[in-house]
Design a protein around this ligand. Structure first.
Ligand SMILES: Cc1ncc(COP(=O)(O)O)c(C=O)c1O
Length: 432
Protein backbone atom coordinates (compact mmCIF):
# COMPACT_ATOMS: atom_id res chain seq x y z
CA UNK A 1 0.00 0.00 0.00
CA UNK A 2 1.15 3.53 -0.75
CA UNK A 3 1.12 6.51 1.61
CA UNK A 4 -1.31 8.34 -0.68
CA UNK A 5 -3.96 5.58 -0.69
CA UNK A 6 -4.01 5.38 3.08
CA UNK A 7 -4.15 9.15 3.45
CA UNK A 8 -7.13 9.39 1.13
CA UNK A 9 -9.13 6.73 2.97
CA UNK A 10 -8.12 8.14 6.32
CA UNK A 11 -9.39 11.60 5.50
CA UNK A 12 -12.60 10.11 4.14
CA UNK A 13 -13.52 8.45 7.45
CA UNK A 14 -11.36 9.49 10.39
CA UNK A 15 -11.57 12.60 12.54
CA UNK A 16 -8.26 13.20 14.34
CA UNK A 17 -7.64 14.73 17.78
CA UNK A 18 -6.20 18.18 18.38
CA UNK A 19 -6.42 18.93 14.65
CA UNK A 20 -8.14 21.43 12.39
CA UNK A 21 -8.92 18.82 9.74
CA UNK A 22 -8.82 21.44 6.97
CA UNK A 23 -5.09 21.80 7.61
CA UNK A 24 -4.72 18.48 5.85
CA UNK A 25 -5.52 20.20 2.57
CA UNK A 26 -1.91 21.43 2.67
CA UNK A 27 -0.31 19.42 5.46
CA UNK A 28 0.10 15.75 4.56
CA UNK A 29 -1.05 13.16 7.07
CA UNK A 30 1.76 10.69 7.83
CA UNK A 31 0.58 7.07 7.65
CA UNK A 32 2.73 4.89 9.87
CA UNK A 33 3.33 1.29 8.93
CA UNK A 34 5.58 0.21 11.77
CA UNK A 35 7.66 1.39 14.67
CA UNK A 36 10.97 0.23 16.03
CA UNK A 37 13.05 1.82 18.79
CA UNK A 38 12.85 5.59 18.44
CA UNK A 39 11.77 5.29 14.79
CA UNK A 40 8.40 5.41 13.06
CA UNK A 41 8.31 4.16 9.45
CA UNK A 42 5.78 5.17 6.81
CA UNK A 43 4.56 2.98 3.91
CA UNK A 44 7.24 4.23 1.58
CA UNK A 45 10.16 3.50 3.87
CA UNK A 46 10.69 7.03 5.22
CA UNK A 47 11.60 7.03 8.89
CA UNK A 48 11.08 9.59 11.62
CA UNK A 49 12.69 9.91 15.05
CA UNK A 50 9.81 10.11 17.51
CA UNK A 51 11.26 13.05 19.49
CA UNK A 52 8.02 13.50 21.43
CA UNK A 53 7.46 9.85 22.38
CA UNK A 54 4.08 9.89 20.59
CA UNK A 55 2.49 12.38 22.97
CA UNK A 56 4.89 11.58 25.81
CA UNK A 57 3.82 7.98 26.30
CA UNK A 58 6.67 5.91 24.95
CA UNK A 59 9.59 5.20 27.29
CA UNK A 60 11.53 2.23 25.94
CA UNK A 61 10.99 2.42 22.22
CA UNK A 62 8.35 1.25 19.78
CA UNK A 63 8.00 -2.52 19.44
CA UNK A 64 10.03 -3.07 22.56
CA UNK A 65 10.89 -6.82 22.57
CA UNK A 66 10.44 -7.29 26.32
CA UNK A 67 7.10 -5.48 26.60
CA UNK A 68 5.88 -7.28 23.45
CA UNK A 69 6.75 -10.61 25.03
CA UNK A 70 4.92 -9.84 28.27
CA UNK A 71 1.80 -8.68 26.43
CA UNK A 72 1.79 -11.85 24.30
CA UNK A 73 2.10 -14.00 27.42
CA UNK A 74 -0.83 -12.21 29.00
CA UNK A 75 -2.94 -12.67 25.86
CA UNK A 76 -2.65 -16.43 26.32
CA UNK A 77 -3.99 -16.18 29.87
CA UNK A 78 -6.69 -13.53 30.21
CA UNK A 79 -7.63 -10.59 28.02
CA UNK A 80 -10.12 -8.91 30.34
CA UNK A 81 -12.35 -9.44 33.33
CA UNK A 82 -14.77 -7.19 35.19
CA UNK A 83 -12.87 -5.51 38.04
CA UNK A 84 -15.84 -5.22 40.42
CA UNK A 85 -16.18 -8.34 42.55
CA UNK A 86 -13.27 -9.91 40.61
CA UNK A 87 -9.55 -9.34 40.46
CA UNK A 88 -6.54 -10.79 38.64
CA UNK A 89 -2.90 -11.52 39.26
CA UNK A 90 -1.45 -8.65 37.23
CA UNK A 91 -3.47 -6.03 39.11
CA UNK A 92 -2.46 -7.49 42.46
CA UNK A 93 1.19 -7.35 41.41
CA UNK A 94 0.98 -3.85 39.97
CA UNK A 95 -0.95 -2.52 42.99
CA UNK A 96 1.68 -3.79 45.39
CA UNK A 97 4.65 -2.65 43.28
CA UNK A 98 3.35 0.83 42.67
CA UNK A 99 2.49 1.34 46.37
CA UNK A 100 5.94 0.19 47.43
CA UNK A 101 7.54 2.43 44.81
CA UNK A 102 5.60 5.58 45.71
CA UNK A 103 4.78 5.16 49.40
CA UNK A 104 1.01 5.36 48.78
CA UNK A 105 -1.42 2.82 50.27
CA UNK A 106 -4.19 2.37 47.69
CA UNK A 107 -4.54 2.31 43.91
CA UNK A 108 -7.70 3.11 41.96
CA UNK A 109 -7.62 2.26 38.24
CA UNK A 110 -8.97 4.14 35.24
CA UNK A 111 -8.14 3.98 31.58
CA UNK A 112 -6.59 7.29 30.45
CA UNK A 113 -5.10 10.40 31.98
CA UNK A 114 -8.24 12.55 31.90
CA UNK A 115 -10.26 9.83 33.59
CA UNK A 116 -7.69 9.60 36.37
CA UNK A 117 -8.04 13.35 36.92
CA UNK A 118 -11.83 12.97 37.03
CA UNK A 119 -11.45 10.22 39.61
CA UNK A 120 -9.06 12.26 41.76
CA UNK A 121 -11.23 15.38 41.85
CA UNK A 122 -14.40 13.36 42.51
CA UNK A 123 -12.66 11.35 45.24
CA UNK A 124 -11.40 14.49 46.94
CA UNK A 125 -14.81 16.19 46.83
CA UNK A 126 -16.49 12.97 47.99
CA UNK A 127 -14.03 12.56 50.87
CA UNK A 128 -15.00 15.95 52.28
CA UNK A 129 -18.69 15.19 51.75
CA UNK A 130 -18.33 11.92 53.62
CA UNK A 131 -16.76 13.97 56.42
CA UNK A 132 -19.78 16.30 56.43
CA UNK A 133 -18.25 19.20 54.47
CA UNK A 134 -19.32 20.51 51.08
CA UNK A 135 -16.33 22.03 49.28
CA UNK A 136 -17.35 22.63 45.66
CA UNK A 137 -14.23 24.43 44.37
CA UNK A 138 -10.79 23.36 43.21
CA UNK A 139 -7.54 25.27 43.08
CA UNK A 140 -5.48 24.82 39.94
CA UNK A 141 -2.55 26.64 38.45
CA UNK A 142 -2.47 29.27 35.78
CA UNK A 143 -1.40 27.68 32.45
CA UNK A 144 -2.19 24.16 33.69
CA UNK A 145 -3.42 21.21 31.62
CA UNK A 146 -5.04 18.09 33.07
CA UNK A 147 -6.90 16.61 30.12
CA UNK A 148 -10.01 17.38 28.14
CA UNK A 149 -13.01 15.66 29.69
CA UNK A 150 -15.27 18.23 31.36
CA UNK A 151 -13.88 17.93 34.90
CA UNK A 152 -10.25 17.75 33.77
CA UNK A 153 -10.76 20.67 31.40
CA UNK A 154 -12.31 22.70 34.22
CA UNK A 155 -9.15 22.48 36.31
CA UNK A 156 -6.97 23.31 33.31
CA UNK A 157 -6.12 26.78 32.08
CA UNK A 158 -4.92 26.53 28.48
CA UNK A 159 -7.39 28.73 26.64
CA UNK A 160 -6.93 26.93 23.34
CA UNK A 161 -8.66 23.84 24.74
CA UNK A 162 -10.83 25.40 27.41
CA UNK A 163 -12.34 28.70 26.31
CA UNK A 164 -14.93 27.26 23.94
CA UNK A 165 -16.53 25.23 26.73
CA UNK A 166 -16.41 27.80 29.52
CA UNK A 167 -20.19 27.87 29.99
CA UNK A 168 -20.37 24.18 30.85
CA UNK A 169 -17.35 23.74 33.11
CA UNK A 170 -17.21 23.29 36.89
CA UNK A 171 -15.88 26.17 38.97
CA UNK A 172 -12.28 26.52 39.98
CA UNK A 173 -9.91 29.18 41.26
CA UNK A 174 -6.62 29.80 39.46
CA UNK A 175 -3.34 30.39 41.27
CA UNK A 176 -0.56 32.33 39.45
CA UNK A 177 2.60 30.41 38.56
CA UNK A 178 6.22 31.54 39.01
CA UNK A 179 7.56 33.61 36.10
CA UNK A 180 10.50 31.25 35.60
CA UNK A 181 12.39 28.28 37.06
CA UNK A 182 14.23 30.27 39.75
CA UNK A 183 13.72 29.83 43.47
CA UNK A 184 13.20 33.58 43.82
CA UNK A 185 10.19 33.59 41.47
CA UNK A 186 8.81 30.48 43.16
CA UNK A 187 8.85 32.23 46.54
CA UNK A 188 7.15 35.29 45.05
CA UNK A 189 4.41 33.12 43.55
CA UNK A 190 3.90 31.37 46.89
CA UNK A 191 3.16 34.71 48.53
CA UNK A 192 0.38 35.32 46.02
CA UNK A 193 -0.89 31.77 46.48
CA UNK A 194 -1.20 32.30 50.23
CA UNK A 195 -3.58 35.21 49.71
CA UNK A 196 -5.77 33.08 47.46
CA UNK A 197 -5.75 30.22 49.95
CA UNK A 198 -6.80 32.61 52.70
CA UNK A 199 -9.72 33.86 50.66
CA UNK A 200 -11.18 30.59 49.32
CA UNK A 201 -9.90 27.69 51.42
CA UNK A 202 -13.17 26.82 53.14
CA UNK A 203 -14.83 26.04 49.83
CA UNK A 204 -11.93 24.22 48.20
CA UNK A 205 -11.56 20.42 48.15
CA UNK A 206 -8.16 20.13 46.47
CA UNK A 207 -5.34 21.83 44.66
CA UNK A 208 -4.26 20.06 41.50
CA UNK A 209 -0.77 20.61 40.14
CA UNK A 210 1.58 19.27 37.48
CA UNK A 211 4.76 19.18 39.55
CA UNK A 212 7.87 20.81 38.01
CA UNK A 213 6.78 20.97 34.36
CA UNK A 214 3.50 22.11 32.81
CA UNK A 215 3.90 20.06 29.70
CA UNK A 216 0.92 20.98 27.51
CA UNK A 217 1.24 24.50 28.98
CA UNK A 218 4.18 25.19 26.65
CA UNK A 219 6.68 23.27 28.78
CA UNK A 220 6.79 25.95 31.50
CA UNK A 221 8.95 24.87 34.41
CA UNK A 222 9.11 25.87 38.06
CA UNK A 223 11.42 25.28 41.04
CA UNK A 224 10.68 22.37 43.41
CA UNK A 225 10.32 24.92 46.23
CA UNK A 226 7.05 26.01 44.61
CA UNK A 227 5.61 22.50 44.87
CA UNK A 228 6.85 22.15 48.45
CA UNK A 229 5.40 25.51 49.43
CA UNK A 230 2.02 24.70 47.90
CA UNK A 231 1.94 21.41 49.80
CA UNK A 232 2.58 23.29 53.05
CA UNK A 233 -0.28 25.68 52.25
CA UNK A 234 -2.56 22.72 51.52
CA UNK A 235 -1.74 21.24 54.92
CA UNK A 236 -2.22 24.54 56.72
CA UNK A 237 -5.60 25.21 55.10
CA UNK A 238 -6.86 21.59 55.05
CA UNK A 239 -7.00 21.16 51.31
CA UNK A 240 -5.93 18.01 49.47
CA UNK A 241 -3.09 18.12 47.00
CA UNK A 242 -3.46 16.15 43.77
CA UNK A 243 -0.12 15.73 42.00
CA UNK A 244 -0.85 15.06 38.35
CA UNK A 245 2.25 13.13 37.23
CA UNK A 246 0.56 11.80 34.10
CA UNK A 247 3.12 13.51 31.87
CA UNK A 248 6.06 14.00 34.24
CA UNK A 249 6.04 10.63 36.06
CA UNK A 250 8.28 7.65 35.31
CA UNK A 251 11.56 9.50 35.09
CA UNK A 252 10.74 12.38 32.77
CA UNK A 253 11.92 15.05 35.22
CA UNK A 254 15.11 13.22 36.20
CA UNK A 255 13.69 11.35 39.20
CA UNK A 256 11.17 8.53 39.06
CA UNK A 257 8.47 10.97 40.17
CA UNK A 258 8.65 14.76 40.18
CA UNK A 259 7.31 15.01 43.76
CA UNK A 260 10.54 13.38 44.99
CA UNK A 261 12.48 16.54 44.06
CA UNK A 262 10.14 18.62 46.20
CA UNK A 263 10.32 16.08 49.04
CA UNK A 264 6.54 15.89 49.36
CA UNK A 265 3.85 13.26 49.45
CA UNK A 266 0.56 14.54 48.09
CA UNK A 267 -2.87 13.14 49.02
CA UNK A 268 -3.43 11.87 45.48
CA UNK A 269 -1.15 11.14 42.57
CA UNK A 270 -2.38 10.49 39.03
CA UNK A 271 -0.31 8.38 36.64
CA UNK A 272 -0.78 7.29 33.03
CA UNK A 273 1.16 7.71 29.73
CA UNK A 274 4.58 6.11 30.50
CA UNK A 275 2.89 3.71 32.93
CA UNK A 276 2.46 1.12 30.15
CA UNK A 277 5.65 2.11 28.35
CA UNK A 278 3.44 3.83 25.78
CA UNK A 279 1.61 0.66 24.75
CA UNK A 280 -1.94 0.77 26.08
CA UNK A 281 -4.31 3.15 27.80
CA UNK A 282 -4.26 2.75 31.57
CA UNK A 283 -4.20 5.19 34.46
CA UNK A 284 -3.94 5.10 38.22
CA UNK A 285 -4.99 7.29 41.10
CA UNK A 286 -2.84 6.65 44.14
CA UNK A 287 -3.99 7.68 47.56
CA UNK A 288 -3.64 7.07 51.29
CA UNK A 289 -5.37 4.91 53.87
CA UNK A 290 -6.64 8.12 55.43
CA UNK A 291 -8.64 8.96 52.29
CA UNK A 292 -9.72 5.34 51.78
CA UNK A 293 -11.05 5.02 55.31
CA UNK A 294 -13.53 7.89 54.75
CA UNK A 295 -15.33 5.66 52.21
CA UNK A 296 -15.08 2.40 54.17
CA UNK A 297 -18.26 1.74 56.12
CA UNK A 298 -21.49 -0.27 56.09
CA UNK A 299 -23.25 -0.21 52.74
CA UNK A 300 -26.33 1.55 54.17
CA UNK A 301 -24.27 4.62 55.00
CA UNK A 302 -23.96 5.14 51.21
CA UNK A 303 -20.39 6.45 51.28
CA UNK A 304 -18.76 4.11 48.76
CA UNK A 305 -16.87 5.55 45.79
CA UNK A 306 -18.97 4.25 42.91
CA UNK A 307 -16.98 5.52 39.91
CA UNK A 308 -16.48 2.83 37.25
CA UNK A 309 -15.16 2.27 33.73
CA UNK A 310 -15.83 -0.92 31.74
CA UNK A 311 -12.15 -1.52 31.08
CA UNK A 312 -10.96 -0.75 34.61
CA UNK A 313 -7.62 -2.50 35.29
CA UNK A 314 -7.49 -4.23 31.92
CA UNK A 315 -5.09 -7.20 32.28
CA UNK A 316 -3.27 -6.62 28.99
CA UNK A 317 -2.60 -2.97 29.81
CA UNK A 318 -1.50 -4.05 33.27
CA UNK A 319 0.89 -6.62 31.78
CA UNK A 320 2.48 -3.75 29.83
CA UNK A 321 2.71 -1.70 33.04
CA UNK A 322 4.33 -4.54 34.97
CA UNK A 323 6.78 -5.07 32.09
CA UNK A 324 7.62 -1.35 32.17
CA UNK A 325 8.33 -1.53 35.90
CA UNK A 326 10.52 -4.61 35.29
CA UNK A 327 12.67 -2.54 32.92
CA UNK A 328 13.04 0.21 35.53
CA UNK A 329 14.05 -2.45 38.07
CA UNK A 330 16.52 -4.23 35.81
CA UNK A 331 18.23 -1.34 34.06
CA UNK A 332 19.83 1.90 35.33
CA UNK A 333 17.30 3.99 33.39
CA UNK A 334 17.32 7.10 35.58
CA UNK A 335 21.14 7.10 35.73
CA UNK A 336 21.50 6.74 31.95
CA UNK A 337 18.96 9.50 31.43
CA UNK A 338 21.05 11.88 33.56
CA UNK A 339 23.92 11.57 31.10
CA UNK A 340 21.64 11.94 28.11
CA UNK A 341 19.94 14.99 29.59
CA UNK A 342 23.25 16.75 30.26
CA UNK A 343 24.42 15.90 26.74
CA UNK A 344 21.23 17.43 25.30
CA UNK A 345 21.65 20.52 27.49
CA UNK A 346 25.28 21.00 26.46
CA UNK A 347 24.39 20.68 22.80
CA UNK A 348 21.46 23.06 22.77
CA UNK A 349 23.45 26.01 24.11
CA UNK A 350 23.95 27.12 20.49
CA UNK A 351 20.21 27.79 20.20
CA UNK A 352 20.70 30.83 22.46
CA UNK A 353 22.57 32.54 19.65
CA UNK A 354 19.64 32.36 17.24
CA UNK A 355 17.89 35.73 16.92
CA UNK A 356 14.43 34.14 17.18
CA UNK A 357 15.11 32.11 20.34
CA UNK A 358 13.93 33.66 23.60
CA UNK A 359 14.82 30.96 26.13
CA UNK A 360 16.03 27.40 26.49
CA UNK A 361 15.09 25.33 29.54
CA UNK A 362 15.36 21.79 30.77
CA UNK A 363 14.12 19.58 33.59
CA UNK A 364 15.48 16.04 33.35
CA UNK A 365 14.58 14.52 29.99
CA UNK A 366 12.27 17.40 29.06
CA UNK A 367 14.00 20.12 27.06
CA UNK A 368 12.29 23.17 25.58
CA UNK A 369 13.39 25.89 23.20
CA UNK A 370 11.09 28.88 23.21
CA UNK A 371 11.09 31.11 20.16
CA UNK A 372 10.28 34.80 20.45
CA UNK A 373 6.62 35.81 20.83
CA UNK A 374 5.52 35.45 17.24
CA UNK A 375 1.79 36.10 16.84
CA UNK A 376 0.04 32.71 17.07
CA UNK A 377 -1.63 33.27 13.69
CA UNK A 378 1.78 33.02 12.00
CA UNK A 379 2.09 29.40 13.14
CA UNK A 380 5.87 29.46 13.16
CA UNK A 381 5.97 26.27 15.23
CA UNK A 382 4.17 24.54 12.40
CA UNK A 383 7.05 25.51 10.10
CA UNK A 384 9.44 23.73 12.45
CA UNK A 385 7.12 20.71 12.48
CA UNK A 386 7.07 20.58 8.68
CA UNK A 387 10.82 21.02 8.46
CA UNK A 388 11.31 18.25 11.02
CA UNK A 389 9.16 15.80 9.08
CA UNK A 390 10.96 16.54 5.84
CA UNK A 391 14.23 15.75 7.60
CA UNK A 392 13.19 12.66 9.51
CA UNK A 393 12.31 13.99 12.97
CA UNK A 394 8.87 14.17 14.54
CA UNK A 395 8.84 17.42 16.53
CA UNK A 396 5.42 18.74 17.48
CA UNK A 397 5.90 22.29 18.79
CA UNK A 398 3.43 23.81 21.21
CA UNK A 399 2.88 27.24 19.68
CA UNK A 400 6.30 28.92 19.65
CA UNK A 401 7.87 26.26 21.88
CA UNK A 402 9.88 23.44 20.35
CA UNK A 403 10.63 20.62 22.76
CA UNK A 404 12.28 17.23 23.05
CA UNK A 405 10.75 14.44 25.10
CA UNK A 406 12.19 11.37 23.37
CA UNK A 407 11.95 7.70 24.34
CA UNK A 408 14.72 6.90 26.82
CA UNK A 409 16.29 4.43 24.37
CA UNK A 410 17.40 7.27 22.08
CA UNK A 411 21.15 7.01 21.40
CA UNK A 412 23.68 9.81 21.07
CA UNK A 413 23.68 9.87 17.26
CA UNK A 414 19.91 10.14 17.26
CA UNK A 415 20.09 12.94 19.83
CA UNK A 416 22.53 14.78 17.55
CA UNK A 417 20.18 14.44 14.62
CA UNK A 418 17.13 15.54 16.65
CA UNK A 419 18.95 18.65 17.85
CA UNK A 420 20.40 19.52 14.46
CA UNK A 421 17.05 19.25 12.66
CA UNK A 422 15.34 21.38 15.33
CA UNK A 423 18.13 23.95 15.02
CA UNK A 424 17.76 24.19 11.25
CA UNK A 425 13.96 24.24 11.53
CA UNK A 426 14.06 27.18 13.92
CA UNK A 427 16.38 29.08 11.56
CA UNK A 428 13.96 28.33 8.72
CA UNK A 429 10.97 29.48 10.80
CA UNK A 430 12.50 32.92 11.14
CA UNK A 431 12.43 33.49 7.40
CA UNK A 432 8.81 33.05 6.42
C1 LIG B 1 -0.50 16.52 32.97
C2 LIG B 1 -1.53 15.83 32.18
N1 LIG B 1 -2.66 15.42 32.77
C3 LIG B 1 -3.62 14.77 32.10
C4 LIG B 1 -3.51 14.52 30.77
C5 LIG B 1 -4.61 13.81 30.03
O1 LIG B 1 -4.24 12.52 29.68
P1 LIG B 1 -5.02 11.77 28.48
O2 LIG B 1 -4.61 12.46 27.23
O3 LIG B 1 -4.54 10.36 28.56
O4 LIG B 1 -6.47 11.91 28.76
C6 LIG B 1 -2.36 14.94 30.09
C7 LIG B 1 -2.21 14.70 28.65
O5 LIG B 1 -1.37 15.22 27.97
C8 LIG B 1 -1.36 15.63 30.81
O6 LIG B 1 -0.25 16.07 30.21
Amino acid sequence: MKNSEIIQKDLQYNWHPCTQMKDHEFLPMIPIKKGEGVYLYDFEGNKYIDAISSWWVNLFGHKNPYINKKIKEQLEILEHVIFAGFTHEGAVRLGERICLLTGFDKVFYADNGSSAVEVAIKMSFHYWKNKGKIKPLFFSLENSYHGETIGALSVGDVGLYKDTYKEILIKNVTIPIPEDKSEEKALQALKKARKIFEKYHKEVSALIIEPLVQCAGYMKMHHPVFVKGLKKLCEEFEIHMIADEIAVGFGRTGTMFACEQAGIKPDFMTLSKGLTGGYLPLSLVLTTNEIYSAFYCDYEEMKAFLHSHSYTANPIAIAAANATLDIFENEPVIENNKEKASYIWKNIQKFKELPNVKEIRQTGMITAIEMIDYPWQERRGLKVYEYGLKHGVLLRPLGNVIYFMPPYVINYDEIDKMIQVAFEGIIKAEKI
